[in-house]
Design a protein around this ligand. Sequence first.
Ligand code: SF4
Length: 499
Amino acid sequence: ADDVALDPWGSATISDYRALFDEFGIEAFEDVLDGVPTPHSLMRRAIIFGHRDYRRVAAAMRNDEPFAALSGFMPTGDPHIGHKMVFDELIWHQQQGGDAYALIADLEAHSARGLDWAEIDEHAEDYLLSLLALGFDADEGELYRQSTNRELQDLAFELGIEANTSEFEAIYGFGGDTDVSHMQSVVTQMADILYPQLDAPKPTVIPVGPDQDPHVRFARDLAERTRYFKVTEAFASVAFDDDERPLVRAAYDARSQYAADTDQPRCTEAADWLAAEPAAADGVDAATAESVVQKLENAGMEPLRPRVRFFDRQATDEAFTALIDEIAGEKRVFEGHVDAFELSAETARDLALAVEVDHGGYGFVPPSSVYHRFMTGLTGGKMSSSEPASHISLLDDPETGADKVAAATTGGRDTAAEQRERGGEPDDCPVYELYAYLLAGDDDALAEEVYAECANGDRLCGGCKEQAADLMAQFLETHQENREAARDVLAELDIDLDS
Ligand code: SF4
């Protein structure tokens, strides 16, 4: 027990998580932990155990570049301590400089869970109050509900053009009797995930439980599709002059190389169209490049303008390096190109254009995700919203919360004597989880102490639970005071909670 980090593979339930790495390509979080400037306690304690593409988010944090975090909450019951973990992750990303978005998945609750609108309104308010009470900065971040966000609906509609029913069947098991609104709520959820990038593409992290990974994968896929298909259309609509074609061609050669490196087959559509173009890349002057840029811009391939300076023939390799630094998320690939191409200003120019061509459609950066372990229910099994004894609601009064802790199952031995001799089993103890996930807060020493004392046999369950129950009661009391204080803030926000 010297090592305070929980062993993420320490119990049977947890060992299933390992399969996620092998089967679905989720990566271990510990591999990126060093790249996170000041990791959250859930990261340090390996409760956040996996990720997809979090490196680009961590890089944005380190380099003070834009990034975003988004979480959705389905208002089907009271918010509980399992949800608090996600609130905390979102708030932490906001505190690290990210644009934070929290949404109420009311369409999903209505279509997939059949809740009526009055229930949804009530639960939505409870979620938002807890989120604000825990520290979400509503002035800096954005809160919305799906049903009243017009931009979101438009994006969902566009994404729906790229999704089809066979995929719904393959990903979600939807069948012939799945209602259309449920499918609509899925494309809405895809739109939620990409929504933070509508203004400008940026790395975006979605903190979720591993059961939500199919959504993340589908959203990543849709990000890729909508990134390119419009480029093809736009290219087909642009009339290039003869002296401009070589530049476009060169850009696409670079683009194809990128496609091959990154295995993104969507590019081939546009490449096919361009294959009919004359293939000579030399002798393009800056004015021609400028005119190509202008035409692409007119065709809706934004944002090209900030890159134009790199079309100057005098652009230096340092300038190109700076450009690479500007292009969030593409760095690793293009750093490779710098060596491969023995970079010259001309190559830089071509690549710069190629990158911008990439960002033609919506230009979404495929969203990243982090995965947290599920809290075990206080009664042993799964923590479930529909079973009050299995969780502590953020609305439970402090006494009820303390009572639930006192009644929780533990990883303790049958007798005190045996516990002293063999030590308890903190890895299989819902009470230890309460310390690690919530009660110890940022205090690693406390989490470490509980773990070590338990495993060594220096700690018995009675006292351990009493301490946890006290801390829980304190937490609930403070939280509920903060919720009351948050009512004024919520009232001032432009969220319609009366549908
Ligand atoms: Fe769980 Fe505490 Fe008992 Fe250890 S001493 S098994 S951490 S309740």
